[in-house]
Design a protein around this ligand. Structure first.
Ligand SMILES: [Fe+2]
Length: 333
């Protein structure tokens, strides 16, 4: 039996494990694969240490947990090494010298520091009716400081959330759209803008218009009985049936509370090594990127695993392509 070892990510966290010793042999062993799947269900976040840092290994590890899912948009760049042969391995590469490139712009200022690649708390594919089960991420190039990825456990977040606020948001759906422009973020804004939006975020808008608005519950219950708070501030557009001042205030309060919990024991911030591969449960966890100094390169590669939780839907039961929401194009700079 191929051996690997498991330890808690941190002793003060109720989620997340480090896994060491996973090799090609481990991935051939069905018993080991099942153990990894069970561990992942339980812990929600696994950090595989000392992995072979290749796209091939990333795809093989991802497939332990389910089939790959392609990205719902055409604009998002795919990884060069795997290309079209593997569905939806996406490549996020910021190079400081690439002035005016896809990942230029989108700068924010937080505590007096200008940062690139900042991402507020969110879950992937929130703008879609169907979520992906999990994301697998590695960082081929990491900045020498900052650039960490944050993960917040929705189960722990639910336990720690102020009861009054939690009761008000339970049973309500949040509306999401694919508008990734930080300049248009409406709730939980904890930064100042320091540049125009990323050119890619603006390019994406052409695709956004044909996406109906997506709805996902703010709180949901897992098969295993735990309740999960699952609200992303990034890409959220309001509360279903509460698109009014009161609903806006409630969603802003929830998002500000989630931001505040990013510093406590609901969240874990990962400092990357190029040989780490990390998987998170996208139905349960939120994630965020703290950003880094724009003078540093940052390159991350993500694969996405299929498996929906079945609670999201598009407004009015429409499908992609059945709407054209002109309003998203009206305010393009
Ligand atoms: Fe993400």
């Amino acid at each position: 039996m191929a051996q690997f070892t498991v330890e808690n990510l941190r002793d003060d966290l109720s989620f997340g494990s480090n896994v060491r010793g996973v090799t090609w042999d481990t991935l051939k062993d069905e018993g080991a694969r099942q153990q990894l799947r069970d561990l992942f269900k339980q812990r929600g976040l696994l950090v595989f240490k000392d992995m072979e840092p290749t796209a091939k290994m990333q795809v093989a590890l991802s497939k332990v947990f389910g089939p790959l899912k392609d990205h719902p948009t055409k604009t998002t760049p795919r990884d060069e090494e795997t290309g079209d042969a593997e569905d939806g391995v996406i490549d996020m590469h910021y190079k400081p010298e690439d002035v005016g490139g896809d990942y230029s712009g989108g700068l924010v200022k937080i505590d007096g520091e200008v940062l690139t690649r900042y991402s507020p708390w969110h879950f992937d594919h929130c703008y879609n009716d169907e979520l992906n089960y999990a994301g697998v991420l590695r960082a081929a190039v990491v900045p020498p400081e900052k650039g960490r990825t944050g993960f917040m456990d929705g189960i722990e977040c639910y336990r720690q959330f102020p009861a009054e606020l939690r009761d008000r948001i339970e049973g309500i759906n949040v509306i999401y759209t694919l508008d990734t422009r930080l300049s248009r973020m409406r709730y939980g804004v904890n930064f100042e803008l320091a540049s125009n939006d990323m050119p890619m975020a603006v390019q994406l808008l052409k695709e956004v218009a044909i996406f109906p608005r997506a709805m996902h519950p703010a709180v949901w219950t897992r098969e295993t009985g735990e309740k999960v708070i699952h609200v992303g501030s990034w890409m959220s557009w309001g509360l279903e049936h509460h698109e009014d001042a009161e609903g806006d205030k409630l969603l802003d309060n929830v998002c500000q509370q989630i931001n505040a919990m990013g510093d406590g024991t609901s969240a874990y911030w990962h400092d990357w090594s190029p040989t780490d591969m990390l998987i998170w449960d996208n139905h349960r966890m939120l994630h965020a990127v703290e950003g880094c100094d724009p003078k540093y390169e940052r390159h991350t590669i993500r694969s996405t695993i299929q498996g929906d939780y079945g609670l999201g839907y598009f407004e009015d039961g429409k499908k992609i392509g059945e709407v054209f929401r002109e309003e998203v194009l009206l305010d393009v700079d």
